[in-house]
Ligand binder design. Structure first.
Ligand code: FES
Length: 127
């Protein structure tokens, strides 16, 4: 039912864990199942751009939620905030070679969590 990539990211999640000195934390719950994700970001100014220099996640959810969280951290690391905001739910699912249709709602958490973290970071900066 799951692609090899989903299983790989579920079994060996990248960038998993709380980040104590995060610049912002995005918290999103999935209304369909009640699962929860936290995305932690650290932002550095490089060549006039705000770059996600570090990112991690904590996910209390299903295998697809964990795999998509792991993948979104890989997609966003090193990107500017503007680029990271363009990462969609579909991008996350595509990067994992797709998700079973019944699990597509699970991919919402990861992208939404990333976007929430960026929004909170910008609010803190007064933007
Ligand atoms: Fe809750 Fe997948 S079942 S995120």
């Amino acid at each position: 039912m799951y692609s090899d990539k989903v299983l790989d990211h579920f079994k060996n999640p990248r960038n998993m864990g709380e980040m104590k000195d995060a610049d912002a934390i995005g918290e999103v719950g999935n209304p369909v199942c009640g699962d929860l994700i936290y995305i932690y970001i650290k932002v550095n100014e490089e060549n006039g751009k705000e770059i996600i220099s570090d990112i991690s996640f904590q996910t209390f959810g299903c295998a697809a939620a964990i795999a998509t969280s792991s993948m979104v951290t890989e997609l966003a690391k090193g990107k500017s905030l503007d680029e990271a905001l363009k990462i969609t739910r579909g991008d996350v699912a595509d990067s994992l070679d797709g998700l079973p249709p019944i699990k597509m709602h699970c991919s919402n958490l990861a992208a939404d969590g990333l976007h929430a973290a960026i929004k909170i970071y910008r609010e803190k900066q007064g933007n």
